[in-house]
Design a protein around this ligand. Sequence first.
Ligand code: 5GP
Length: 214
Amino acid sequence: MLCAMDATASATTTAMPDTERPDQPGLLVIVSGPSGVGKSSITHELVRRLDANLIVSMTTRPMGPRDIDGQDYVFINEREFRDLVKLGQMLEYAQVYDNLYGTPKEPVEQAIADGETVILEIDVKGAQQIKQQMPHAVGIFIEPPSEADLLNRLRERKREDEATIQKRFQRASDEMQLAHDLGIYKYTVINDRLDQAIERAVELIEGELDERRG
Ligand code: 5GP
């Protein structure tokens, strides 16, 4: 986990215009950000504070020692994954590193229809697919204060060897660039200080909920 984030600076945000009017009772929030930026810590706290639904993704990646099947991900093999795609049961999916990751459609649609707040923690390509189907979804992109800071965080996790860290770092830089280029995220939250980043993300979602209620 990424809980050992430093506690020294602030969280800042920028907003992009979004003129979509929601046509469904629930709120769909997409949280993305590069590997190591602390998005899991933020997402879990959002779920707790907002009583939101975190939809568990499916993946073909091997289970890690700290992973819990059904809680962190539903771990399936590639054939099972491809079958679900064929059956139209994935809302979106993407290849990340060498593995497939996807969001199951039914639990998202059900929770939205029930008026709940749903949070997806997915990559930028997945977010792009969701925005095409559900333009009212609100995207929050979590960024590190700098690329150097991100590289430090990846190293401090001590999860991978240097070659893997460099691969993740390269992908992280590309992903940040893509997020900017696509312009699909309504908000950017800089995770300089974890507690402030969480606070800011909670405020943003509460603002969106108020707007929908109003
Ligand atoms: P990890 O294996 O480190 O948990 O996740 C690797 C990347 O996959 C992260 O950027 C994460 O946001 C992304 N990811 C996790 N679940 C999904 C999903 O359901 N769909 C997509 N498109 N990306 C996902």
